[in-house]
Design a protein around this ligand. Structure first.
Ligand code: RB5
Length: 146
């Protein structure tokens, strides 16, 4: 699977660990930055990843900052993006199944590396159920047009 990834300085270390994991699993990962520990602004990287997903250049996005929250707020401003903050595997699985989430946001200051790996696995492998959820996801998309 093609995955676009990004972080700010607060999410850099966890992003690197997660990308190593994803690459070892055979995924094609495009790291859009940041690439060093200098303080930077999370919306810049949320925009890069969100636009890559919205344009179909990547099937999923992964964003890591201190909490995951700012990344999700910024990414969800891009039409076509459904970004979800996950701090547990149940939510990661459910947001794929019910919301067809396409961008996963994680907080390095919230989630330890072991759990974060499990969350990413659940998100990447989790199928969207469609069915009764499709109309609801369509209603979310309609909000972008109003
Ligand atoms: C950076 O200090 C921090 O504010 C950022 O990584 C993120 O947690 C914002 O949502």
């Amino acid at each position: 699977m093609k995955i676009a990834a990004g972080s700010d300085h607060a999410g850099l270390a966890l992003k690197r660990q997660l990308l190593e994991r994803l690459r070892a699993q055979g995924h094609e990962v495009n790291d859009l930055g940041t690439h060093d520990t200098q303080s930077c602004d999370y919306p810049d990287y949320a925009a890069l990843v969100a636009r890559a997903v919205a344009a179909g250049e990547a099937e999923r996005g992964l964003l890591v900052c201190g909490t995951g929250q700012g990344m999700a707020m910024a990414a969800n401003r891009v039409p076509g993006v459904r970004a979800a903050v996950c701090a547990d595997t149940f939510t990661a699985k459910a947001t794929r199944a019910h919301n067809d989430a396409n961008v996963l946001c994680i907080g390095e200051r919230v989630v330890g590396p072991g759990l974060a790996g499990d969350i990413v696995d659940a998100f990447v492998s989790g199928p969207y159920e469609g069915g009764r959820h499709a109309n609801r996801v369509a209603k979310v998309a309609a909000l972008e047009r109003r």
